[in-house]
Design a protein around this ligand. Structure first.
Ligand code: FE2
Ligand code: FE2
Length: 184
């Protein structure tokens, strides 16, 4: 991982999306919990970690395209942590209501987990809490939250339609191959 000295805004604009994510979210990227979310499936073959990085990239792109002058640091950190629920939502967990209604409850769980580990600004909290809008009835309050909400829906749709291949693809191929071997 590169080490950056403190950069001016104009210099940050010249960094690639991944470099910007690294610049503002290094501590999140290095966190054990964030790295472990690579083992949890989000949609299709994409892990929660990959999905969160994709949402951060798409958020940067959207705000740049519409010249939104979003607060880049909060936008990126909120996007990285928006799905910080830290469990595999495809695995049923007993009677827990939270897991059964994952769509409704996971923003609250993500916010709780993220708060335990990182200092969160009001904007970052709003991004995490409202990213499932309109499921969360109260709409996002800041433009950064609207951007991440839109980026999340765009990335989720791509993943669900299998337009984006992720880290579980090889595993699935292996299982299929194994199954075919058994048949013959
Ligand atoms: Fe989510
Ligand atoms: Fe998401």
């Amino acid at each position: 991982m590169k080490h950056y000295i403190s950069l001016q805004k104009i210099e940050i604009d010249h960094l690639t999306e991944d470099e910007q994510i690294e610049y503002y979210g290094k501590d999140i990227l290095e966190s054990e919990n964030f790295q472990a979310s690579d083992e949890n499936v989000q949609h299709g073959t994409v892990s929660v970690r990959e999905h969160s990085l994709d949402v951060a990239r798409a958020s940067i792109r959207i705000s740049k395209f519409f010249r939104l002058r979003a607060r880049r640091r909060e936008l990126i950190r909120g996007a990285l942590l928006h799905d910080y629920f830290l469990y595999d939502w495809h695995v049923p967990a007993g009677e827990g209501e939270e897991r059964k209604l994952h769509g409704f409850y996971h923003p609250g769980v993500a916010l709780r987990n993220a708060k335990k580990e990182f200092f969160l600004t009001k904007r970052e909290q709003d991004i995490i809490k409202k990213h499932m809008w309109p499921l969360t009835l109260i709409p996002p309050r800041y433009k950064e939250s609207w951007v991440v909400t839109a980026a999340d829906k765009y990335c989720s749709l791509r993943e669900t339609l299998h337009l984006r291949k992720g880290r579980f693809e090889d595993k699935i191929k292996e299982i299929r191959k194994h199954g075919e071997g058994k048949k013959s």
